[in-house]
Design a protein around this ligand. Structure first.
Ligand code: ATP
Ligand code: MG
Length: 374
């Protein structure tokens, strides 16, 4: 028999649509597919279900709170509870963009809240609550804007790099010809300067253009890639490189371009190496993240790699623009390392972010494990 569901709203929210499909066969697996936090309460205000995004946002576990009222896991939420009850009694949906919820951990979060009461077979009533984290919404908007600006900066830089590359070859060739004609050996010093500076510029331009290629994805083992990079940097650093590894051995393989990921880890770990003092330390941590949004795409599983060091952190004056090309805080730096790392990760559907916490410089890299929801 077809289950009849009545919703009082004129159009359905994403949670409601899934719920309406077949909520009672497998409600958990249905709402699992939504990247925003979703909770479903029955008419006694007992929790029927919460998805993984909800568990993450509220720092709770479904096993401990199923069947309970919101008061059990959201202290001081009497008002919230009253609003849900009223919505259910009157079968009246509502949206509130500024709800402050206190968690059991004493932390409070501000969320946007979309509440939709539904009635099934004219007797069972439920209320679906979608919570949208206001902070993460603002963060996503900020990330989106900054990624548009960074893309534009990279594109114009590539244009300039192409323009420089062509005449450079001619300049170098002419200097070589001139050198052959020179009788006075002392003058060759000058042609050598032209040639070596042209080579230096050529290297720089090649670096600016190198990350244009499309990724050749294959199955790779992330830990092997990181170890390969560490081995190379170990040689560069002599004794200085002390790496503390904290790997999750259950991390599955992922589909990415191996050479591009090697370049990413090389750039980020080399930066850490350059930043630490002679007795400084570097940490590399890998974890599996569930229900993860990377650059506006939702993934059930992602690999999270944190590269941390106890150096002084990124200088404050360049902190906000550090992923832009040519932004450097080192006299001998070109400011391309992080910009290249970011665009290579984007080609592989990943992301990189920076934070400074507990006296550590932390770069977090996220890479999807499997295609969207696969
Ligand atoms: N782990 C870190 N600790 C402190 N500062 C850092 C760290 N990583 C990056 N930075 C700062 O960010 C700047 C930009 O880094 P990026 O790798 O993009 O360029 P770069 O290292 O200056 O030059 P290169 O192109 O050779 O990599 C650095 O110059 C440095 O000031
Ligand atoms: Mg660098």
């Amino acid at each position: 028999m077809q289950t009849q569901i009545t919703s009082s709203s004129s159009h359905q929210t994403s949670a409601e649509l899934l719920f309406m499909n077949d909520v009672f066969k497998s409600p958990d697996s249905l709402i699992e597919n939504i990247s925003t936090a979703v909770m479903i309460f029955d008419d006694q205000m007992g929790l029927v279900s919460i998805n993984a995004a909800g568990e993450n946002l509220l720092s709770v576990s479904i096993n401990k709170i199923q069947g309970q009222s919101p008061l059990a896991f959201l202290p001081d939420s009497q008002q919230f509870l009253d609003d849900l009850q009223r919505s259910l009694d009157e079968m009246h949906p509502y949206t509130d963009w500024g709800v402050e919820l206190y968690l059991n951990s004493k932390k409070s979060i501000t969320v946007g809240c979309i509440v939709t009461p539904v009635e099934i077979d004219d007797k069972k009533k439920y209320v679906i609550v979608e919570l949208i984290d206001a902070n993460s919404f603002t963060r996503v908007m900020r990330e989106e804007t900054s990624s548009i600006i960074q893309d534009a900066a990279r594109k114009s830089l590539k244009g300039i790099a192409h323009e420089i590359k062509n005449p450079l070859g001619g300049l170098r060739g002419a200097a070589q010809l001139l050198e052959k004609e020179l009788q006075d050996k002392n003058l060759k010093e000058y042609t050598q300067i032209i040639i070596s500076e042209a080579d230096r510029l050529r290297n720089l331009v090649d670096r600016m253009l190198a990350h244009e290629s499309r990724p050749h994805k294959s199955n790779i083992n992330l830990h092997e890639v990181i170890e390969y990079v560490i081995d190379i940097l170990q040689v560069e650093a002599d004794e200085k490189l002390k790496i503390n590894r904290d790997y999750d051995p259950s991390l599955p393989g992922l589909k990415s371009d191996k050479d591009q990921l090697i370049q990413v880890f090389m750039n980020v770990i080399r930066n850490a190496l350059q930043a630490i003092a002679s007795n400084g330390q570097i940490w590399v941590q890998t974890r599996i993240r569930r229900s993860c949004t990377i650059r506006q795409n939702f993934y059930k599983l992602a690999a999270e790699i944190k590269i941390m060091d106890d150096g002084p952190g990124i200088p404050e004056d360049i902190e906000r623009e550090v992923f832009y090309p040519l932004i450097t805080g080192r006299p001998e730096g070109t400011g391309l390392g992080l910009s290249i790392a970011q665009s290579l990760l984007q080609l592989n559907d990943g992301s990189i972010s920076y934070e400074r916490a507990s006296d550590r410089t932390i770069f977090t890299i996220l890479l999807p494990l499997g295609v969207n929801n696969e």
